[in-house]
Design a protein around this ligand. Structure first.
Ligand code: PLP
Length: 372
């Protein structure tokens, strides 16, 4: 075994490279005396708008972005929201937190995203919204959902900044886009952060109100909201990172291409099947995730060889204790359940080197070759 480990993810080199710019931003905020919302957050929102072409509203984290977007659409008790079971908990948790019912539709086994036909088939008169997730940086087929459903589509774009479908950015196709700025995300803060995007001005305004306890003026509250504000410090540091996001995204795509070429060259197409990016979609590889034969044994093998791989996600949401009351059973959503047994995310972050990708591929090839 070699002692130069390959971590699943690392920020060390990125922070070192940006250190002078980050320190400038940090000092600017320290000296400003304004630490929550204010000019830095407004500038960040403007810069996101310039990037994505739609207005943005900063909030405290991606989970709140989902909650506030759904609240802005008046999702509440008695409503149903159709979503995917193969995602992070917050997606469906936000629906339940508002007293509504998450209705899970199965995923496409190749794209790992909600199957649009199955999602549309779950629509009933009680369906208030559809909430697709752009998993691992690949957009769900949002254009098809928007065409097929008359109500609002809320995009969980937590993992998908700069991903696109049909030339349209994630977060701009549906009614609202919800983004996370968690430190490991493609655009990551130095703590929690999030934002929403919306073409509909009234929804952006509603989230602006709701993030400040439903206030329209100081101490004048027109509805129940919460405290979900973005810190000025996070916004200032994010503005530094935002300038590099396109280049980092290109690098992620190049690294993913390198993995794919490596697997093909080693004849591993059967054993290791990467997430499929359909024609017309551009993925941003928040994760490089494959379906792997004998996944758990491969995971142990990689760990033993110093490679940090990760399982996103080991449990489908419909089988978690938190959603037991919804009545799903093992076998209810077979494609998602199988993905939970097979999916494995390999190291990918912009500072990773091609040579490290090649080494991961070699280690995987050795696993499937078996004992010499
Ligand atoms: C798909 C998805 N939705 C929602 C969230 C919630 O974001 P946050 O951790 O910023 O609350 C995350 C990230 O953790 C996520 O990956």
């Amino acid at each position: 075994m070699r002692d130069d480990k390959i971590p699943a993810f690392s920020l060390t080199e990125q922070v070192a490279a940006l250190r002078p710019e980050l320190e400038d931003a940090w000092h600017r905020v320290l000296d400003s005396g304004q630490y929550i919302l204010g000019p830095e957050v407004e500038a960040f929102e403007q810069e996101v708008q310039s990037l994505l072409g739609v207005p943005a509203v900063g909030v405290a984290n991606g989970s709140d972005a989902l909650l506030l977007a759904l609240q802005a659409l008046h999702v509440g008790p008695g409503d149903e929201v159709v979503t995917t079971p193969f995602t992070f908990f917050a997606t469906a948790g936000s629906i339940s937190r508002l007293g509504a019912v998450p209705v899970f539709a199965d995923v496409n086994p190749d794209t790992f995203n909600v199957d649009p036909d199955q999602a549309l088939a779950r629509v009933t008169p009680r369906t208030r919204a559809i909430l697709p997730v752009h998993l691992f940086g690949l957009m769900a087929d949002t254009l098809r959902l928007v065409e097929g459903f008359a109500g609002p589509v809320v995009e969980d774009a937590a993992q998908a900044i700069l991903a696109s479908q049909g030339g349209r950015w994630a977060g701009t196709v549906g009614d609202v886009g919800c983004f996370s700025l968690y430190p490991t995300k493609n655009l990551g803060a130095f703590g929690d952060g999030g934002f929403i995007t919306s073409r509909r001005p009234e929804l952006g305004e509603a989230v602006r109100r709701l993030r400040a306890h439903g206030a329209t003026a100081k101490y004048y509250h027109v509805e129940l909201g919460m405290n979900s504000r973005l810190d000025a410090l996070q916004a200032a540091l994010l503005r530094v990172k935002l300038r590099h996001l396109r280049a980092w995204t290109e690098r992620r795509v190049a690294l993913a291409d390198r993995y794919r070429a490596g697997f093909a060259a080693c004849g591993l197409q059967e054993a290791v099947r990467p997430q499929v990016v359909p024609a017309g979609f551009a993925a941003v590889y928040h994760q490089f995730t494959v379906r792997a034969d004998r996944r758990d044994a491969l995971l142990e093998w990689l760990a033993a060889h110093g490679v940090g791989a990760t399982v996103y996600y080991p449990h489908p949401l419909h089988l978690l204790p938190a959603f037991a009351h919804l009545g799903y059973r093992e076998g209810s959503l077979p494609a998602a359940e199988q993905l939970c047994r097979e999916a494995l995310s390999l190291p990918l972050y912009p500072e990773l080197r091609f040579e490290q990708v090649d080494r991961v591929v070699d280690i995987i090839a050795a696993f499937y070759r078996g004992p010499a």
